[in-house]
Design a protein around this ligand. Structure first.
Ligand SMILES: Nc1ncnc2c1ncn2[C@@H]1O[C@H](COP(=O)(O)OP(=O)(O)OP(=O)(O)O)[C@@H](O)[C@H]1O
Ligand SMILES: [Mg+2]
Length: 249
């Protein structure tokens, strides 16, 4: 079986700044791959290239057999297979939870109202928010809003879910609920590519960890290896900083 996601030789520059310097990465169906690395290393840009929010300069991205980087690809159709969850939730503030979950299903997938609402309610239940259909985002905690954003992405029934630091904007006490929803998705067999600073989550849930620095993958492997026993100096110093933020070099 071919991998769910294959990224090959991916390059991206903004003007003179080369942000991705040839990234290769494979994610098998049902795998969770966590991407860690310092600020500015290109993690978000990599995810944004996987759902073509950014156009790579070179290289290819294949998701479930469809080459997104093929100039003739139907971009909207291809993007539908990839769900994305951002740090800042990006819910529509003027729409209820139910409307947030049904709008793209109706406009993009052409689902009728009843079907879209049925899918939305099932996914709200999945993230522990059954009964919150009528709430507006502002009435929810950050953790609840992020779980709504996850339910919204799931309602499009993507084959792959991308998460870009989904818990970084949350108060510490709200992080656990979001991580447990993600853990449950992983257990259900969702293919996930997750940028995160939550090393405990990466250790427990990831099948594979990529450490990025300066636009390249410096080290990759099972979490016990990359986080538990890193080989490269850059990985070691990054982990020392993340795992012990008060440490002075
Ligand atoms: N649209 C853009 N135009 C110009 N430069 C950009 C753009 N997007 C990102 N960059 C630059 O590319 C580099 C990588 O950014 P990216 O957001 O991918 O890093 P990151 O690893 O996600 O960092 P963080 O951990 O802070 O989120 C940074 O130097 C950033 O300033
Ligand atoms: Mg980022």
């Amino acid at each position: 079986m071919s991998p769910a996601v294959t990224i090959t030789g991916l390059h991206k520059s903004y003007g003179d700044l080369e942000v991705l310097k040839g990234i290769d990465c494979e994610v098998e169906a049902g795998e969770v791959v966590c991407i860690i690395g310092p600020s500015g290393s290109g993690k978000s840009t990599l995810l944004r290239c996987v759902n073509l929010l950014e156009q790579p300069d070179q290289g290819s991205v294949v998701v479930e057999g469809v080459e997104l980087t093929d100039p003739d690809v139907d971009l909207n159709a291809a993007r539908r297979g990839v769900g994305m969850v951002f740090q800042q939730f990006n819910l529509f503030p003027h729409l209820t939870v139910l409307e947030n979950l049904t709008i793209a299903q109706r406009k993009v997938l052409g689902r009728g109202k009843a079907e879209a609402e049925g899918v939305a309610k099932a996914n709200l239940k999945r993230v522990g928010l059954a009964g919150r259909e009528g709430s507006y985002p502002a009435k929810l905690s950050g953790g609840q809003q992020q779980r709504v954003a996850i339910a919204r992405a799931l309602s499009m029934e993507p084959g792959v879910m991308l998460f870009d630091e989904p818990t970084s904007a949350l108060d510490p006490e709200l992080v656990g609920d979001v991580l447990s929803v993600m853990r449950q998705l992983a257990q259900e067999g969702m293919t996930m590519l997750v940028v995160t600073h939550e090393m405990q989550f990466a250790r427990e849930v990831a099948d594979k960890v990529l450490f990025m620095d300066g636009g390249s993958v410096v080290e990759e492997g099972p979490p016990g290896q990359v986080i538990g026993n890193p080989q490269h100096e850059r990985t070691k110093s990054f982990l020392a900083r993340v795992l012990n933020p008060n440490h002075q070099d």
